[in-house]
Design a protein around this ligand. Structure first.
Ligand code: AMP
Length: 393
């Protein structure tokens, strides 16, 4: 059975419980420093308001490990959401139980309530069925709009679904499913993936799954050195996973036999120390010195990758091209962001660092879709079914 979407469900006068992901960053005074995750749910909430629903929001924030932690309260989120929506948001600190069921039963149409951090309850991360049932007793319709937690089976996105008859995906989750999952299966070609980041090990499953779907794959970042070494190059003191050399070789062989082009860097920005102030040098990949660390892709690699990106119809990107947190090693990653923004292909970017790079480059408006999921996006690339989505079927 396919996942239903919110626009296919009648919500008029219903208690609609939306599992959102308001895991926003705070500064020390609990001011929200980035409200993207709140604004990302506005379409879903607006739709419910316009259709006269009663809106109950549940989210987690941080990792309180099943205990009340004042630094992880959702109270500031309620205030910010209220500003964004231009109406009151009733923040409920009362522990979930009969009292809160009474509150939701007495709600009026177009009223919004936000419950306190669901991870203050140890039952949440244990995916406790009774707790799921308790959550479900607050609603008539369950909506999941929290893609970033969809790769975890927790009470508020899995157990709860066993006790509600009407369940669906909100518009944020719908976009994630349509852009990421469906693109992987049905992309307009040429279809390419750009994979970067520190280690092959953390993305091995994704690399192996994607290679079966794309026409070309660009590999950059620290992980490129394991592939370069597998091709016989010396990589000096760059990141290297010796135990994965055979895996890297087998990915390269598989790509060759399936006529999938793998593009690796042809030149590297090297330094002697993992330090922004360390003197840098552009090295051809055949001349990386023993004491050098490769920390970014070089200008020829950038041109090579840009050229390939410009001819693609679909691109998926996860992971930076270098140690981009240090300005002197951010150019490769920024240039990939610019190349994507210049291209008219369908571009999908996911994973915290790649999204940061897109924002740093100021090109977020020119990307077709920026996923809100880090781990969840990676698991989709790995070809895994996500429990939070499966539970809605
Ligand atoms: P990941 O979480 O696997 O996507 O890795 C992201 C991290 O990889 C970032 O913190 C980057 O600084 C780091 N990274 C990317 N390229 C390199 C490199 N050549 N050497 C060391 N770290 C790198």
């Amino acid at each position: 059975m396919a996942v239903k979407y919110l626009n296919e469900i009648s919500v008029k006068d219903k208690r609609v419980l939306i599992r959102v992901d308001y895991n926003v960053p705070y500064d020390k005074e609990l001011n929200i420093t980035d409200d993207t995750r709140i604004t990302a749910t506005v379409d879903t909430i607006k739709y419910c308001l316009e259709n006269d629903a009663k809106i109950i929001l549940i989210s987690h924030l941080g990792r309180p490990k099943g205990k009340i932690n004042e630094t992880m309260t959702l109270k500031p989120v309620a205030s910010r959401l209220s500003e964004i929506m231009g109406q009151p948001v009733n923040f409920i600190e009362t522990p979930l139980g009969k009292e809160t069921i009474d509150i939701t039963n007495k709600m009026s149409q177009r009223e919004i309530v936000l419950f306190e951090n669901i991870r203050f309850y140890p039952e949440e991360e244990k995916n406790d069925l009774d707790f799921g049932k308790l959550i479900a007793s607050h609603c008539d319709v369950y909506v999941n709009d929290a893609f970033a937690t969809a790769h975890r089976a927790h009470a508020s996105n899995w157990a709860v679904t066993k006790y509600v008859d009407v369940k669906c995906a909100g518009f944020l989750l719908k976009n994630e499913i349509e852009y990421s999952q469906k693109t992987l299966e049905n992309a307009e070609r040429p279809f390419g993936a750009i994979i970067g980041g520190a280690k092959v090990s953390s993305k091995l499953d994704a690399l192996q799954n994607i290679i079966d779907k794309v026409d070309f794959m660009i590999i950059g970042g620290g992980m490129a050195f394991t592939f370069l070494k597998a091709q016989g190059y010396e990589v000096g003191n760059s990141l290297l996973e010796t135990e994965l050399l055979d895996e890297a070789k087998s990915i390269l062989d598989k790509a060759q036999s399936k006529k999938i082009e793998i593009l690796l860097p042809v030149d590297i920005i090297c330094a002697e120390e993992f330090d922004n102030n360390s003197k840098t040098e552009i090295c051809d990949i055949s001349s990386i010195e023993n004491n050098s660390i490769g920390l970014d892709i070089g200008p020829k690699s950038i041109e090579l990758f840009k050229e390939k990106i410009s001819k693609a119809r679909t691109i998926i990107w996860n992971g930076p091209m270098g140690a981009f947190e240090m300005p002197n090693f951010a150019n490769g990653t920024n240039q990939i962001a610019f190349a994507l923004s210049d291209s008219d292909c369908l571009s999908i970017v996911g994973g915290g660092d790649s999204v940061t790079a897109i924002n740093q480059a100021g090109v977020e408006d020119k990307i077709s879709y920026i996923s809100t999921g880090g781990g969840a996006f990676l698991e989709l690339l790995e070809g895994k079914q996500l429990p939070g989505i499966e539970a809605l079927k």
